[in-house]
Design a protein around this ligand. Structure first.
Ligand SMILES: Cc1ncc(COP(=O)(O)O)c(C=O)c1O
Length: 429
């Protein structure tokens, strides 16, 4: 089997300059472009995660919550991981069956009981959430999110396991979990651990080991979710998690567990990044090219930025960049710092790796006003996690580059009227 290459399954690399100019001309800029082919290929990879006794893949919809993306994955047989009551409702509105949605949220939605009654499965992420569920649904089944004591992530903001993380129930409180469940006759059928985003198989094996030890302690558990967090390389030098390697090692642990305890545990994984990261790119327009003198920098200013991609300002994330000239012209290169359109010095696209405050120069095709700038690796946590409407910029449209080459709008550009829609404008009348 050839190894899946996330850097190659990548709309940033596969889109031709002609396609860039065509999409910009027809749909305007900035626009998020997702590739149907790339989404489908990464779905197939995730569905091939090795497993011993069955697999459910849930898409962590926070990565791109747009209906067309949820529908594409759902048609492939992928279920949904929702991080809020609103995400659950959004998935239902997109046509996903409630039974295929699991709620795993930091905050207990006020309408959680209504969602559970519709068929949504509930993953208790704290003792108080478990208590609320157990009191409202005595005798019912749920899973619990446990913090197994270790985490993995490329920085502290993406590491969601271990003592410095507030996510999930600390593993030492398992007796309390059992007590709450017993008091209300609730059956714990699933254990869920999501420890962060990493690519090191050893960390996954260790986490699975710890998680299976938790499964051992609750004999009603039939499903173990290892969560998401399978890292995807955006630029050369970064490493993509090898699902076959990680899954193969984890599968062995499930087999051993069955041999020892005679329990065939169903596996769940819930990737976000893995499914969508390199299937998306931001197509922006260069609004200005300036410099700060001989000892300074050359800057490209684009009509996108933290209103479409916050990851750079937040984590110092690295994204590949490409200038596509408006018309064919002789190639030459210049070093640039690329910045966004917000009046905010943190609105930067080229930071030092892991250091949002450090600016970095990148060598790009020499740019002119009205050329285009593509930001790659912009599927996961870009449109969904951007600083919406800052400086009153409307949300950007999203399009899908279909397998047959057509480009379909999957989300319209927000209008100024929609930005203002909930404001009261007559307070002083
Ligand atoms: C509970 C849970 N599951 C899955 C994911 C998806 O993570 P990733 O996009 O790194 O795969 C997240 C991300 O924060 C999460 O919190």
């Amino acid at each position: 089997m050839t190894t899946f290459n996330a850097l190659q399954n990548n709309v940033f690399h596969s889109m031709t300059d002609a396609q860039v100019r065509d999409i910009a001309g027809k749909h305007g800029t900035p626009v998020l472009v997702y590739s149907e082919d790339c989404l489908k290929r990464s779905a197939d990879e995730a569905l091939a995660f090795p497993n011993a006794f069955g697999l459910t893949v849930r898409y962590a919809m926070k990565a791109i919550p747009t209906a067309a993306v949820l529908q594409l994955f759902n048609r492939k047989g992928i279920h949904i991981d929702a991080s809020s009551g609103y995400e659950v409702e959004r998935a239902i509105i997109a046509g996903i069956a409630p039974e295929q949605i699991q709620l795993t949220s930091q905050e207990l939605p006020e309408n959680f009981a209504e969602l559970v009654e519709k068929g949504v499965s509930f993953n208790a992420c704290s003792l108080s959430q478990l208590e609320a569920f157990a009191q409202r649904f005595p005798g019912a089944e749920c899973s619990v999110r446990l913090n197994p004591g270790i985490g993995s992530g490329h920085n502290n903001r993406t590491n969601v396991g271990g003592p410095a993380s507030s996510f999930g129930i600390w593993f030492e409180y398992l007796p309390k979990v059992l007590e709450i469940a017993a008091t209300n006759n609730v059956k714990i059928t699933g254990i869920h651990t999501h420890i962060g985003s990493g690519s090191d198989p050893e960390v996954w094996v260790k986490a699975a080991h710890l998680a299976l030890d938790l499964v051992r302690q609750i004999d009603t558990v039939h499903t173990l979710s290892l969560g998401g967090g399978y890292k995807v390389a955006r630029i050369e030098g970064e490493k993509t998690a090898d699902l076959q390697n990680i899954g193969g090692r984890v599968k062995e642990l499930f087999v051993e567990f069955n041999e020892k305890h005679n329990r065939q545990i169903h596996l769940e994984v819930e990737p976000g990044s893995y499914l969508v990261t390199n299937a998306g790119t931001i197509l922006s327009r260069i609004m200005d090219v300036i410099d700060t003198g001989d000892k300074g920098f050359n800057f490209i200013k684009i009509n996108s930025g933290m209103t479409d991609i916050l990851r750079v300002s937040l984590y110092g994330a690295q994204h590949p960049l490409k200038v596509v000239t408006r018309e064919e012209k002789p190639a030459s290169k210049t070093n640039y710092v690329v910045v966004g359109h917000c009046c905010e010095s943190g609105d930067i696209i080229t930071s030092q790796p892991g250091d949002p405050e450090g600016i970095k120069e990148v060598e790009l095709e020499t740019a002119a006003i009205n050329d285009y700038l593509l930001i790659g690796g912009a599927g996961a946590y870009c449109a969904s996690m951007a600083s919406k409407n800052y400086n009153s910029f409307p949300e950007s449209p999203e399009v899908m580059l279909m397998s047959n080459g057509d480009v379909k709008v999957i989300k319209q550009k927000q209008t100024l009227q929609q930005v203002l829609t909930n404001e009261v404008t007559n307070l002083f009348d």
